[in-house]
Design a protein around this ligand. Structure first.
Ligand code: NI
Length: 177
């Protein structure tokens, strides 16, 4: 179990285009995913991308389980997604609040495609092919942006909807992802 330091906005690694994974089911890839899992769990994140722990590879993990405090929150299955391809279905976008482990303490409203077709591979090289919408689609778009050097503040269109989590949402215990 290794909890890695999460790089913060300003680090040039977060602005790089990450490289494709060329070999699956290797000890190195499994160790990377274990480190990502441990780090995400430790920080209560909804997802994390390999560049956030300093490795510029096209690997993301994400997942949101049930939380009794937020019974209406949409669940997202735990997923390891490597070399992803994203295709929006239709032009419709919706606004939603986002945070990021690399931008601690802040939240902003980001437009994302509502419906998404994504493909890629898991850590064993098994294909993944899904049609998703809503929060699941948002999480995938956010995480995969990290692989192209994009952080969510770069996508905020209305900067009046960007601020500190504890000021925007007082009296709420929101995970700091
Ligand atoms: Ni992020």
């Amino acid at each position: 179990m290794t909890i890695k330091t999460v790089l913060k906005m300003g680090d040039p690694i977060l602005l790089q285009k990450a490289a494709e994974v060329t070999r699956f089911d290797t000890p190195e890839l499994h160790a990377l995913i274990q480190d990502m899992q441990d780090t995400m769990a430790h920080m209560n994140g909804a997802g994390i991308a390999a560049p956030q722990i300093g490795l510029s590879l096209r690997v993301v993990i994400f997942g949101v389980g049930s939380n009794p405090r937020y019974p209406d929150a949409e669940q997202v299955p735990y997923t390891v997604l490597i070399n992803p391809t994203l295709r929006p279905i239709g032009d419709a976008q919706e606004d939603g609040w986002e945070g990021c482990l690399s931008v601690p303490g802040l939240r902003g409203v980001v437009p994302r495609y509502e419906r998404l077709h994504y493909t890629g591979f898991d850590q064993y090289g098994k294909p993944i092919d899904r049609l998703v919408s809503g929060f699941h689609a948002r999480v995938v778009q956010h995480e995969c942006d990290h692989l192209d050097g994009i952080l969510y503040p770069m996508r905020i269109q209305d900067l009046t909807k960007f601020g500190y989590t504890d000021v925007l949402f007082p009296n709420q215990d929101i995970q700091d992802d």
